[in-house]
Structures are given as C-alpha cells and as structure tokens.
Design a protein. Structure first.
Length: 215
C-alpha cells in the first residue's frame, strides 16, 4: 500500500477550482490585480491538481472584498497605542506553532493572520480599536484561526472555506450593537483549515496567586 498523501497533496475538484476563480474575478473587479494577471491566475487555477497548487494563487487576496462601511462623523477616535503604553499587533503568524493575541492591546485599521499547520487566537474583547472599522485578513492552511469579539462589536464575515470552514459560530452572549459599535470585517481563505468568529462574554478575572487572596 502506498503512503497516505499529505493534505496539500490531495486532488481538488472542479467545484474547488470554481470557488478560487470567483475570488480572483472579484479581486480583478476591485482593481487588486490587472486583467493580464487575472488570466494567468485563472489558467493556473484550472490546471491546478492539488490543494497546494491553489495556495499561492489567493494567498495575497481577500476572499470577497466589499466596499468599506462609511465612517460616521460622530464615531469616536481613540488615542494611538503609544500614548497608552499598549502593544500593537498588525500581524499574527503561526507556522507549525501557536500564538494568542489577548488582553489589552491596540488594533489598527487592519490585521493580517496566517496559520499553516498551526493555530492563532485573536481575542478582541479587551482590545482598543483605533478605527471605526477593522479588516482582519485571515488565511488558514491546514490550521485554525479563532477570533473572539464582545457583545458590542459588529461582525461581518466574508471569507471562503474549501474543505474547511470560514464562518461565525453561535453567539455565547446576545449582540448589543449600537451606532458607535466597532466593525470587524473578517476576510480571507480557509484551505483544509478553519477560521471561526465567535461572540462571547467578558473574559474572566485573572487567577489569584495561591499565596493569599481570593480565588
């Protein structure tokens, strides 16, 4: 018996090729790639044999780009991270490893997350948003990216999953969206992996030391 192929070596279907072609056409329509490059990538898509062949064709593109939501004049503008002494993370990369973004940190207009045979946790419940809308481009290949938001954050999920999942999980707490709620737009691609967004309640208090104090 032959060896079992790695996931990126598995054969793809015409439906998989069609999904990637739709992502490429959307990107060309928004001016992210020109029509000459579109033709080249479409040719490569239709001649692709395995999931690994598809990865470089869409890795630098959001899945279903949409026009950004206009920012109301009354939307609050927060101080920059340097004024508060809070860390700022623009990227999260996990390759055969894991990484967590949690606690008090600053999120800018965009954040890029890439997981390949690894896992990423992006917890936005205590994060400070410097813009009304934040775009998270999440790409997972044989890995997982979990994004957590609080009750007051509006979420828009626009990604594509191929032999994987790219979706919003069931809310653990009811949404409490207002006119000033931050908007988190999650785009990207999950190839034999998963990108999941879930709304949860506030994180629990940190554990107290065993040497005195309340539990």
């Amino acid at each position: 018996m032959g060896e079992t192929p790695e996931p990126h070596q598995m054969r793809i279907s015409d439906a998989d090729r069609q999904r990637v072609a739709e992502v490429l056409r959307d990107a060309a329509g928004d001016g992210r790639i020109d029509f000459h490059e579109l033709d080249e990538r479409l040719d490569a898509t239709w001649s692709a044999k395995t999931y690994g062949d598809l990865v470089p064709l869409t890795l630098d593109l959001p899945a279903h780009p949409q026009h950004p939501v206009p920012r109301p004049a009354s939307a609050p503008v927060h101080p920059v991270a340097g004024d508060l002494g809070m860390p700022t993370y623009n990227t999260s990369i996990a390759i055969m490893s894991g990484i967590d973004r949690r606690g008090a940190w600053t999120v800018g207009a965009s954040h890029s997350a890439f997981a390949m045979m690894g896992g990423i946790g992006i917890d936005l419940r205590e994060a400070l948003f410097t813009n009304r809308e934040t775009v998270i481009t999440a790409s997972a290949f044989w890995g997982g990216i979990d994004i957590t938001v609080n009750a007051h954050t509006q979420v828009i999920v626009e990604g594509v999953g191929i032999m994987g999942a790219f979706d919003q999980g069931r809310d653990k707490v009811p949404a409490e969206i207002t006119a000033d709620s931050p908007i988190v737009r999650v785009r990207g691609f999950a190839l034999m992996g998963a990108v999941t967004v879930q709304r949860k309640g506030p994180p629990g208090p940190p554990r107290k030391s065993l040497h005195g104090g309340h539990r």
